[in-house]
Design a protein. Structure first.
Length: 582
């Protein structure tokens, strides 16, 4: 049978081609609970960055570190790429436990840092740390790419320093409960506070992709956390041990993220469409890849590592996420099924049949781990896709469109919204708003939160509700009238009309759920965004917060300069023996 291919426009990135019928149906894929099961993969931003660093053999050097035994001081790093040199400067301080918070509105942090192009001069360093302290109003210099902040983990960081002071390595079983020394938060977009925007970057700029500056800053915080622990211990006791290479490789950077992520997802639908689309195209390609002894063996090894990773994960799921041991059990059964399929000698659509078998037996969490593994063992399926991660988000009203044509767009692309019963009990239970002195994103229960004039605070994440309201008014208008004429009498619908006209042909742009509903779980959306970043080991801290770990198992600077360490995901715990690490 002749294969048919479909081309899809992805804005300024051009066209992508894929075999028709292989991409998953957005009516199921874009439901919040399904998105919440996504896992990091080769196209996650942290993974893209590490692959580039290894391929180009970036050189990361510690140029200066001056910290005391309590962690007060500064460090300066240089990062040399093929085309650019960057500096990462971090200022560290000791803080009391009652000051620590991972919320982006916090006024005090254990570490404040910035990433800039070229050399960080003393003048630049002094000016930036003055400005960073006033995060909401401070201004970055033109060569600065990002500001970032982090806190030390009092449990894990202090345990490492105390262990080194005593002359031995830390307890890896204890460290594995978190997998990090420091936690970062708040990955702001390029341009915030005057940091450099994409359009101002050279064409060959190594960080000219979404979240690349942010991910490099997170990686450098990880690097600094090891140097900080070693130097704090040495400053207290010259005979202290040095943190072992294997333990450093095993540890990453912690992250804690809250409901502010949901506003990003709702406010950047074109980006969400692209990021989901490239992942789905890679998965579709992987499913159709012919089997070989090499990729079968690679899958068995990777899946076994993933199984061990999930079985060793002791982080609590709080009843919100599937138990990690169930994921491990599912991977074990999938690997057995691979052996059965091999024995059957049926090689056609091998990976496709494995996915179908898994879908019939396991829930979304296990399925998405399998999908990530398939993309990982077939790296070529990602070729060219990272060029399509940037999108213009400009939208505008098409004023001469008829009411009839607008209703047709809604019926074809937003039927999912009309299918939600907005009159049902609890369908408008929550409302989303900005509160506090600096407008922190929050979620409240309607009629219970002590605010007057809800409409003055509420944020428009209620896409389904807006579609309902618009459709009702459209139905009472003349079908031949133009959108311009309609908006003259109904200006309140301008934003949702603009959204529908701009997104109607972008199948993965809209989350197909109702954030106002009492059963809506914010953790799904937070987990989804964190999977796009490349976060591992996700677990809920509360109903509105998810913790996780970046770069756990990732190569260190000494590996990257040699082009080593590309197979780093799902690391196993180092084996501690008396006097060291095996």
């Amino acid at each position: 049978m002749k294969k048919t291919y479909k081309r899809i426009m992805v804005g300024s990135g051009g066209e992508l081609q894929f075999q028709e019928g292989l991409l998953r149906d957005p009516s199921e894929l874009m439901k919040p609970e399904r998105l919440g099961s996504f896992k990091q993969n080769r196209l996650s931003f942290a993974r893209i960055l590490i692959n580039k660093m290894i391929e180009e053999k970036w050189r990361i050097e510690l140029k200066k570190i001056d910290v005391d035994g309590r962690g007060n001081g500064m460090a300066i790093y240089t990062i040399n790429t093929r085309s650019h040199t960057f500096s990462f400067v971090v200022q560290s301080r000791e803080s009391s436990d009652d000051e620590d918070t991972d919320r982006i509105i916090a006024s005090t942090w254990d570490m404040e840092a910035f990433l800039c192009e070229g050399e960080a001069t003393p003048e630049l360093i002094n000016s930036q740390f003055e400005e960073i302290r006033n995060l909401r109003k401070g201004r970055a210099d033109p060569e600065v790419l990002i500001w970032t902040r982090a806190n030390r983990s009092s449990r894990f960081f202090d345990h490492i320093v105390d262990s080194l002071l005593s002359g031995h390595q830390p307890d890896i079983d204890f460290l594995a409960k978190g997998g990090y020394l420091v936690r970062s938060s708040g990955y702001y977009g390029n341009g915030l506070n005057g940091t450099k925007v994409f359009r101002a970057m050279d064409e060959d700029h190594p960080l000219k992709k979404p979240y690349m500056s942010q991910m490099l800053a997170v990686y450098m915080l990880r690097t600094f956390s090891f140097d900080l622990a070693d130097n704090m211990a040495k400053n207290r006791n010259r005979e202290s041990a040095t943190l072992n290479y294997s333990i450093k490789r095993y540890l990453g950077t912690g992250n804690s993220s809250g409901i502010g992520i949901i506003f990003f997802i709702m406010n950047h639908p074109k980006l969400i469409h692209k990021w989901v689309l490239v992942r789905e195209i890679a998965l579709a390609r992987a499913k159709k890849t012919k089997i070989s002894e090499e990729n079968i063996e690679k899958f068995k090894k990777r899946s076994k590592r993933a199984e061990r990773w999930f079985s060793e994960d002791e982080s609590s799921t709080e009843g919100e996420f599937i138990d990690k041991n169930k994921i491990a059990d599912g991977l074990r059964d999938i690997r057995k099924k691979v052996g059965d399929l091999q024995k059957s000698k049926e090689e056609n659509d091998f990976w496709m049949r494995l996915c179908e078998w898994t879908e019939n037996r396991y829930g979304p969490e296990v399925q998405e781990v399998l999908h990530s593994l398939l993309i990982d063992i077939h790296p070529s399926v990602c070729d060219g896709l990272d060029k399509h991660l940037i999108s213009s988000e400009e939208t505008d009203v098409i004023p001469n469109m008829s009411i009839s044509d607008l209703k047709s767009l809604i019926n074809s692309s937003y039927q999912w919204a009309l299918d939600i019963d907005m009159s049902a009990p609890n369908s408008q239970h929550y409302f989303w708003y900005r509160g506090g002195e600096i407008g922190e994103p929050r979620i409240g229960v309607r009629d219970e939160t002590p605010l007057d004039n809800y409409e003055n605070y509420e944020l428009p994440v209620d896409i389904a509700y807006q579609v309902h309201e618009l459709y009702s008014d459209l139905s009472e208008s003349c079908a031949s009238d133009s959108v311009a004429e309609f908006l003259f009498y109904h200006p309140e619908h301008e934003d949702i009309i603009q959204r529908i006209q701009s997104l109607h042909n972008l199948s993965y742009a809209e989350v197909r759920g109702n954030p106002l509903d009492a059963n809506f779980n914010p953790l799904d959306m937070i987990s989804f965004k964190k999977s796009l970043w490349g976060v591992q080991k996700m677990h809920p801290k509360s109903k509105g917060w998810v913790r996780g770990t970046f770069f756990q198992g990732a190569p260190l600077a000494e590996d990257i300069i040699d082009g080593r360490g590309s197979n780093w995901v799902y690391p196993s715990k180092p084996v501690i023996e008396e006097g060291g690490v095996e």
